[in-house]
Ligand binder design. Structure first.
Ligand SMILES: *Cc1c(COP(=O)(O)O)cnc(C)c1O
Length: 369
């Protein structure tokens, strides 16, 4: 049996009948940048996120960068975030002139350890970016409390958490802005690049609309310098077709996760994902923790099961951030987890037989070693 890490072709087969006419339509009408598809998606996605405004942008990275600029984060500002994330979370901090400051993660959820934030705050701290990693929201209430006390901006990196809930609130709708990626492999994925910011704040909405479009409100009249960071009309059309099915797909991921938990919890030495009481995960990834991660990954690979590492090297130990001066041992929970975490195949179309097979192979490895 072959078990791919994700299966975008199986998903495409479900929506092909809607996707092809939509693309033909766009070609016929010559509508490629902006227009009714983008506006339609923006309002539907904002509604999905229980947010007042939605702004389509070119990628999740654009979403994060524009949200920081719109919230006034810039030159020589420190921004607190985690090291166990994709580098886009921190690239944008440097790109606006700031400095990333890393805090350790919670050993159960692998999300930001909220008890470590206060001691990382300095006179230069301006913002916090909690990442809702693997589809599970970070513990937002304590973060918002600290932010209010210290007058800091909070931007949610919800790039892996479309539809996730924190205490019944939608991920991305809770802080000043929520940033989403529509990279093909995400829970809501385009057929190319795409991203969005959602916000309840009219000011942030208006600013990001300008920033994504060369700082113009009206064509060729530029209030500020901006970026070319728009969402394509065809991608927006695809996202509208998929958004209608997202809740069903997320539910299928949760059911797959619960079956994984059932079959994996019997295997000694495997730590299954822990979802906090306050969270409803959308399982962008299904991540287990084992001591011999390398050995297990290789064994699974030999048996036709694809896996992933999220992430093999924490950001604070990356060459790109050597200049920040972090050393091995600075973030012990992040570092120990990075060596032991393994992402198993996870997507809505995953079959029970496939999950059973993955568990069987893991069991074989664990009892032998
Ligand atoms: C995917 C992702 C991003 C970046 O999104 P792109 O659309 O690839 O630019 C940012 N943060 C996290 C946590 C992500 O998973």
């Amino acid at each position: 049996m072959q078990v791919p890490f994700l299966d975008l072709k199986a998903q495409y087969q479900q929506i092909q009948k809607e996707v092809l006419p939509m693309i033909t339509d766009a070609m016929t009408n010559g509508a490629f940048v902006g227009g009714p598809q983008v506006a339609g998606f923006e309002s539907e996605f904002a509604a999905f996120c229980d947010s007042k405004y939605g702004i389509g942008v070119g990628s999740g990275t654009d979403a994060l960068r524009f949200a920081l600029i719109a919230a006034g984060v810039g030159e020589s500002d420190e921004v607190i975030t985690v090291s166990n994330t994709f580098i886009a979370t921190t690239e944008v901090i440097t790109q606006v002139g700031g400095t990333p400051v890393f805090v350790d993660i919670d050993p159960q959820t692998y999300n930001i350890d909220v008890t470590k934030i206060e001691s990382a705050i300095t006179g230069k701290t301006r913002a916090i970016i909690p990442v809702h990693l693997y589809g599970q929201p970070a513990d937002m209430d304590p973060i918002l409390e600290i932010a209010e006390e210290r007058n800091l901006v909070v931007i949610e990196d919800a790039c892996q958490a479309h539809g996730a809930l924190y205490k019944n609130k939608k991920a991305g709708s809770i802080a000043a802005a929520g940033c989403f990626s529509f990279y093909p492999g995400k829970n809501l994925g385009a057929y190319g690049e795409g991203g969005a910011v959602v916000t309840q704040n009219e000011n942030i909405n208006a600013k990001i609309r300008m920033i994504r479009d060369h700082g113009q409100r009206e064509k060729y009249f530029h209030e500020i310098e901006g970026y070319n960071g728009r969402l394509d009309a065809i991608q927006a059309g695809i996202l509208r077709i998929k958004l209608k099915r997202l809740s069903t797909w997320n539910q299928a991921r949760r059911e797959n996760a619960s079956y994984y938990n059932e079959v994996l919890s019997r295997i000694p030495g495997v730590t299954i994902p822990v979802i906090a009481d306050f969270a409803t995960s959308v399982y962008h990834l299904f991540v287990i923790l084992v001591d011999d991660r390398g050995g297990l990954q290789q064994f699974l690979n030999q048996k036709g099961i694809a896996t992933g590492l999220h992430y093999p090297q924490p950001l604070h130990l990356q060459k790109a951030y050597k200049y920040l001066g972090y050393r091995k041992g600075d973030l012990p929970v992040t570092e120990i987890s990075a060596e032991r975490l393994l992402s198993l195949p996870m997507y809505p179309e995953l079959l029970r037989e496939q999950i059973e097979y993955v568990a069987e192979v893991i069991n074989e490895f664990m009892t032998k070693n």
